[in-house]
Ligand binder design. Structure first.
Ligand code: AMP
Length: 213
C-alpha cells in the first residue's frame, strides 16, 4: 500500500506518518526530513536549500523530486507514506510520471483537514529530536523536557515554526497545495480525516480507513 498525506503544516502529518509506519509496516518518506538531512550534511543541495527553507518557501521541484525518487527506488517493493510531497500540482504530475516509470501506484491520498488556529497552536509547541526525528507537541510530551524519550537526543524547535514564518507557510499551502485535494478527488483517491480531533481519535480514524484496505 502506498499513501500520500495531504494537509497544511501543523496538522500532524509527520506524527500520523510515523503512526502508519509503525502500524502498517509502511515507510515514511518525509520531504522536509530529506531536505533537513541535506542541510545537516552540508551537501551542495543542502547549501542551496537552507536559506529557502528558513523562509518557509518551496525549494525547486527538481531538487525535491530527485531526493524522493532516490528514496522510492531504495525502498523497492516496500510500501510508503509520502509526507510533505507533492506540495503543488506540478509536483503531483512529476510524481505520477516517476511512479509510472517505476510501475508503482498510489492507493490513497489522505487529507488531514485542520482549522488555522489549531495549527498555529500546534506548530508553536512542536519540537523534534535532532537525532532520530521523533516529533513532540501538545499531545505528545517528552518525559524530560528537551530530551527525546526514544534515543536521548536533543529536542529542537524548527526555525520555520516561528509565528511569522508559520503565517507565510499557511498562505503558501492555501495557494499551492490546496488544489491537490481536487486533483486526487478526481482520481478517486481522496479520503479525509478531521485533524482538529485529539491525536488518539485521529489515529483511530486512520486505523478504520486503512485497516480495511
Ligand atoms: P516540512 O517539514 O514538510 O514542513 O518541510 C519543511 C520545508 O522544506 C518547507 O517549508 C519547504 O521549504 C521545504 N519542502 C519540504 N517539502 C517540499 C516540497 N515537496 N516542495 C518544495 N519544498 C519542500
Amino acid at each position: 500500500m502506498n499513501i500520500i498525506l495531504l494537509g497544511p503544516p501543523g496538522t500532524g502529518k509527520g506524527t500520523i506518518a510515523q503512526f502508519i509506519e509503525k502500524t502498517f509496516g509502511l515507510r515514511q518518506i518525509s520531504s522536509g526530513d530529506l531536505l533537513r538531512e541535506q542541510v545537516k550534511e552540508k551537501t551542495t543541495i543542502g547549501k542551496k536549500v537552507e536559506p529557502i527553507m528558513k523562509e518557509g518557501k518551496l525549494v525547486p521541484d527538481e531538487i525535491i523530486l530527485k531526493l524522493i525518487t532516490r528514496k522510492v527506488r531504495q525502498l523497492g517493493k516496500t510500501g510508503f507514506v509520502l509526507d510533505g510531497f507533492p506540495r503543488n500540482l506540478e509536483q503531483a504530475k512529476l510524481l505520477d510520471e516517476m511512479l509510472k516509470k517505476e510501475k508503482i501506484g498510489i492507493d490513497i491520498a489522505l487529507e488531514i483537514s485542520t482549522d488555522e488556529e489549531v495549527i498555529v497552536k500546534r506548530l508553536s509547541a512542536r519540537r523534534q529530536c535532532r537525532k532520530c526525528g521523533k516529533i513532540y507537541g501538545i499531545d505528545i510530551k517528552p518525559e524530560k523536557e528537551g530530551v527525546c524519550d526514544n534515543c536521548g537526543g536533543e529536542l529542537f524547535m524548527r526555525e520555520d515554526d516561528r509565528p511569522e514564518v508559520i503565517k507565510y507557510r499557511l498562505q503558501l499551502y492555501n495557494e499551492r497545495t490546496q488544489p491537490l485535494i481536487d486533483y486526487y478527488l478526481e482520481k478517486e483517491k481522496l479520503k479525509s480525516i478531521d485533524g482538529n480531533m485529539h491525536l488518539e481519535e485521529i489515529f483511530d480514524g486512520v486505523l478504520k480507513l486503512l485497516g480495511n484496505k
